[in-house]
Ligand binder design. Structure first.
Ligand SMILES: [Zn+2]
Length: 679
């Protein structure tokens, strides 16, 4: 499932959230005028004005790579989940199945002493299986097994909606198999940071193979093999920006055609070994990858390929093995993120439980935190935002009536999901033991992989969620044509029932507007109301749209993220378009609420600020942010979202509504000379 989120999910990046009953120990990162730096002119740099004091007074905790409301909320949610899991782990025989599974997974993870005593022993059977492989065809059987239990490599396999018939789920194969977060790390030679990161990878692989029993020389040789094979995979991979265009990922073909792309992948053998249904068609996201890597599989020896596969087995398990493996893995991550200290073990174990049994833990989280009142208020806001977007589309000067009519049909078809799924995933088939961490992870992974494969050639289950309930995030899905808001994000500073509507419309209102706008950004506009890749635009309107988004791409390409590194305006185009459109329609919705309010309460000033000013302050508060330079660099390369500063300033400088609210004049930095306006 391709999700369009408001914040990236990098590494173990989760959430927090709470509405009512249970009081977390950490204070909520709410809206407050204390974050404002009044020495700054809001028309010169609104982000610095709104967040200046927050930036001065905030420190990135040593176990974080960045500090921003999403992460603050995630930390609070961890506290809530921590309480739930400690109780479930201690519960004993009176527990029901849900509590037994989440409690024992968490408990097996928290038993650090047992994990350390076992060392690499729990992984040994998997490594032995790889070592026993006798030929390249059998290696594909082994890859299929690893796909099921976790530790897949070389390429990826999954199920998703058919791009041309969203109601039908089909099989996909895709590029994959890298240890570094992007292909550029392997192939960019003009950037010394990329070369450094390759060296860090080599050190990490060497250290890990040494811990696993190889001599230092063998391990160093193994690391060179891994780097060589991954570099070949990287060269065959499509870059992130090109992948944003769904048309570049649209290559449905027969099974025979896919097999013929790369005979050395033994795909028929692989599909049988994973237990896939006997499908006849699939989408090959990047056919060139399979063509090119086919010759890599030819030229590399069986031993080298086994080394590469063993590495991925080790790398996937490293965070859950004994301390030396955990340390090696963390040291490698540190180079990418700048994080100073590893997170406390309980945090890692809570995140693991969310990853492996997310809707079971999520169910308990929702019971503890999310009341029915939250859902009702959200539904009202979603309704208000949808009305504003309809009005916005209706009033566009650049779009013909014909396309407007189609846009309205798509908008009316957007569904929404709020809080948590109607039906939680049933994990009763997963055997969880209180003394078998690696086995628990393998069994939970196998459950999830099999569940995913079983969807192939079946109708799309529109009830499914792509995020767990405690996640501090939201998404739009093109094939589902829906917007989704997990319970985790429905709390301050996004949504605060003690705050005025202006602040909430700047927070969660803008998030709703952002997700709705994704349905009409440079990717979303290519999908029709049913979620199919189908052009519903007139040619002229399509051209007008492209002209307008180019303005946004150019604007953000000029923003500097860190040192001399500028943003990639094309990689971040969809998110920036959604931020700009979301802000406009959220403000429109607020204006309607003020106009409709006979009591005059909505239109009053609070603490010296007008509702419009409080709307923009509420918006900026969500994005007050500090990042370590390492993670700032990583994000420029991999993250389709802009840094907080530009999510705020990049938007307000395009908005006459902002300039009016703050009395800004032409020539000031927050008044763009050539303001961009798509939606
Ligand atoms: Zn987004």
């Amino acid at each position: 499932m391709r999700l369009r989120c408001i914040v990236p999910v990098l590494f173990l990046f989760l959430t927090v959230g709470c509405f009512a009953q249970s009081a977390p120990t950490r204070p909520a990162p709410g809206f407050s005028l204390d974050t404002i730096d009044k020495t700054i002119n809001p028309c010169v740099d609104f982000y610095q004005y709104a967040c200046g004091n927050w930036i001065k007074n905030s420190e990135i905790p040593p176990d974080q790579s960045q500090w921003v409301s999403f992460v603050e909320l995630h930390e609070r949610n961890l506290d809530v989940e921590h309480g739930i899991l400690e109780k479930a782990a201690a519960g004993g025989s009176s527990r029901n199945g849900v509590d037994q599974r989440i409690g024992d997974l968490y408990g097996s993870c928290m038993d650090e002493k047992a994990v350390d005593t076992k060392g690499i022993a729990p992984l040994k059977p998997e490594l032995d299986r790889v070592a026993a492989v006798q030929d390249k065809g059998a290696l594909m059987d082994e890859l299929a097994h690893l796909y099921l239990v976790g530790g897949a490599s070389l390429f990826s396999f999954y199920s998703a909606s058919d791009l041309h018939n969203a109601d039908q789920v089909i099989a996909y194969i895709d590029q994959g198999g890298l240890s570094l977060p992007d292909r550029d790390y392997y192939i960019k030679d003009d950037n010394p940071k990329m070369k450094e990161m390759r060296q860090h990878l080599v050190e990490y692989v060497t250290q890990t193979f040494t811990l696993a029993g190889q001599t230092p020389q063998q391990a160093a040789d193994s690391a060179q093999v891994v780097l060589r094979i991954e570099t070949a995979l990287a060269k065959a991979s499509m870059d992130r920006t090109a992948r944003r265009d769904p048309k570049n990922r649209d290559h449905k073909m027969s099974r025979d055609e896919a097999v013929a792309l790369g005979p050395n992948f033994y795909l028929n053998r692989y599909f049988t070994a994973v237990g896939a249904p006997n499908f006849s068609q699939l989408n090959v996201t990047n056919p060139d990858f399979f063509k090119q890597v086919n010759s890599v599989l030819e030229s590399e020896s069986l031993d080298s390929l086994k080394t590469y596969v063993s590495w991925h087995v080790l790398n996937a398990a490293a965070p859950w093995l004994s301390q030396p493996f955990v340390d090696a893995n963390f040291k490698f991550q540190q180079n990418l993120t700048g994080q100073k200290e590893i997170q406390a073990r309980w945090k890692r174990c809570v995140n693991l439980t969310d990853r492996e049994l997310g809707e079971a833990l999520g169910q308990r989280y929702v019971d503890a935190t999310f009341g029915p009142e939250g859902k009702q208020r959200m539904l009202k806001m979603v309704d208000a935002l949808e009305k504003s977007l309809a009005e916005n589309v209706h009033g566009l000067s650049w779009m013909s009536d014909e396309t407007k009519k189609q846009a309205k049909v798509k908008l009316d078809a957007i569904r929404n999901k709020i809080g948590y799924p109607d039906v939680y995933r049933d994990y009763s088939a997963v055997v969880v033991k209180n003394d078998d961490l690696l086995g628990n992870i393998a069994r939970a992974n196998a459950f999830e992989s099999k569940r995913d494969i079983a969807k192939i050639d079946k109708p799309l289950d529109r009830k499914e969620w792509g995020m767990t309930p405690p996640t501090v995030n939201a998404y739009y899905s093109g094939s589902f044509n829906e917007i989704v808001f997990p319970a985790g994000i429905l709390q301050p500073p996004f949504f605060d029932k003690t705050m005025d509507d202006a602040v909430n419309f700047g927070g969660i209102g803008l998030v709703i507007g952002h997700e709705l706008t994704h349905g009409f950004d440079d990717q979303g506009r290519k999908f029709d109301p049913q979620g199919n890749l189908h052009d519903w635009w007139t040619e002229q309107d399509g051209k007008e749209f492209e002209k307008r988004v180019s303005c946004v791409a150019d604007e953000y390409s000029n923003f500097v993220a860190v040192d001399d590194l500028k943003l990639n305006g094309r990689l971040t185009l969809g998110e920036n378009t959604a931020d700009n459109g979301g802000a406009r329609i959220a403000l429109m919705a607020l204006e309607h609420m003020i106009a409709d309010d006979k009591t005059g309460k909505e239109g009053r000033n609070i603490d010296g600020y007008t509702p419009e000013q409080r709307f923009f302050l509420g918006f900026a508060r969500v994005w007050c942010e500090k990042r370590r330079p390492e993670v700032a660099r990583l994000r420029v390369l991999t993250d389709p979202h802009s840094p907080g500063q530009y999510r705020v300033d990049g938007v307000v400088q395009n908005m006459p509504e902002f300039q009016k609210a703050w009395g800004c004049k032409a020539g000031q930095p927050m008044v763009a000379e050539n303001a961009c306006h798509v939606w």
